[in-house]
Design a protein around this ligand. Structure first.
Ligand code: ZN
Length: 198
């Protein structure tokens, strides 16, 4: 027996397919939505569709943006000769939140993981190496302290070293296995200040 009518079940099912949403929460959200004013729900749905359609990757740093060049890369007051390498746009946001980093970023879009079959060719390493042809003084590797993040950092260090460009790794004050976005700003700044040369 189906507990809810077809459309309601379908809505619950869609919510339940989202990451971190179990059946109970899916039901709660579905009921919330059908009890909202129609216009409100339309704005929500349209925003999702528009975001999906318009958000792409910055041509320069590959962060998610709705412009060809993201606001950070387009900002001439930022130090374009310092590039911080992060795994995701969310990690980048964590550093931006500190308000203390003045360089630019390079978003890899993941990390090397032999276990998951993610190789160097599957993340944006080639694009980073291309950027190093320009006027770059330092590359700060700020991948996560996970096995994948460390593997990527090591690989990057070896890749960048021959170029003679200063290559640093953020301090290991960042808890092992912790995603950067969940770490408080003070810890992030300490990790950045305490970075060591590779
Ligand atoms: Zn950018």
């Amino acid at each position: 027996m189906e507990l809810y009518s077809g459309m309601m079940s379908k809505l619950i099912e869609e919510f339940a397919s989202l990451p971190g949403i179990g059946q109970k929460t899916a039901q709660r959200l579905a009921f919330y939505i059908v009890n909202q004013p129609k216009e409100q729900v339309k704005i929500f749905a349209d925003t999702m569709i528009e975001a999906r359609e318009k958000i792409c990757y910055c041509r320069e740093c590959f962060t998610m943006t709705d412009r060809e060049i993201c606001p950070i890369c387009a900002n001439t007051r930022r130090d374009h000769s310092t590039i911080m390498v992060v795994e995701t746009t969310r990690d980048q946001a964590a550093y931006e939140k500190t308000g203390k980093y003045e360089g630019v970023y390079h978003v890899l879009g993941g990390a090397i993981s032999p276990m998951l079959g993610v190789g160097p060719g599957d993340i944006r390493l080639k694009e980073l190496i291309q950027r190093l042809q320009g006027d770059v003084k330092e590359v700060i590797i700020a991948t996560n302290s996970t096995l994948e993040g460390e593997t990527t950092a090591m690989y990057l260090g070896k890749l960048i070293k021959p170029s003679g460009i200063k290559c640093t790794r953020i301090a290991s004050g960042v808890p092992v296995g912790g995603d950067l976005e969940y770490i408080d700003e003070v810890t992030l700044l300490r990790a950045l200040d305490g970075r060591t040369e590779l």
